[in-house]
Design a protein around this ligand. Sequence first.
Ligand code: ZN
Length: 241
Amino acid sequence: MLAFAVIGGAACVAAGYQTMSPTGQWYGRTFAGGAKGSRQLALTFDDGPNDPYTGQLLSILAKHNVRATFFVIGNFAKRHPEIVRQTAQAGHVLGNHTLTHPLLIFRSEKEIAGELRDCQAAVADAAGAHLNLFRPPFGGRRPAVLRIARKLGFKTIMWNVPSYDWKALPAAQIERNVARRLRGGGVILLHDGSHQQVNADRTQTVLATDRLIGRCKNEGFEFVTIPEMMSESREAALARP
Ligand SMILES: [Zn+2]
């Protein structure tokens, strides 16, 4: 009986962990990285658009001829539709990061659907773009979140290389955090904005991105968008005997 209770407790802890774990698959399939042995990397930027840092990142990405994926907050897209438009025009992929960045595991199904639809509408107004990627705020999800996202036409995208740039670290530390976990198929989590405030200072993320791209290209990695990485993984899976 005691053993049973202990096992039950461990399962509860594990279940709680899985609601936030970026690579956990208990609560439904998500995409958290490419095929093993791949030489592809994907840069993902959350919580923008954020002036002037998103624009600075666009310049750096253009300089390196790299395309990235931006998970935007709908309310910020309404404030800076021109940045969202520029991002799309430069060939980057836009994704849905909800309207207001709530922790969705505590929201009703109606609220979850509303957050996704309202962000979609804000990005459509700004850039005419139709989104089909979704990243849950804080990585928080439960089966209903994934089911609703799927029903609305979104693939849920997590990450497997955290940079911890949201802790306002110096660029060299952000770069080290990423470099330490780097492998082919890496989905790198960075932030061009902050859900806590507008105009959050992301100077260090901008600097770190510039250095990381140079470093990774030297090591033979290629940068792709999330849809490009997903299609390579599909092909790799199909090619397996
Ligand atoms: Zn976020």
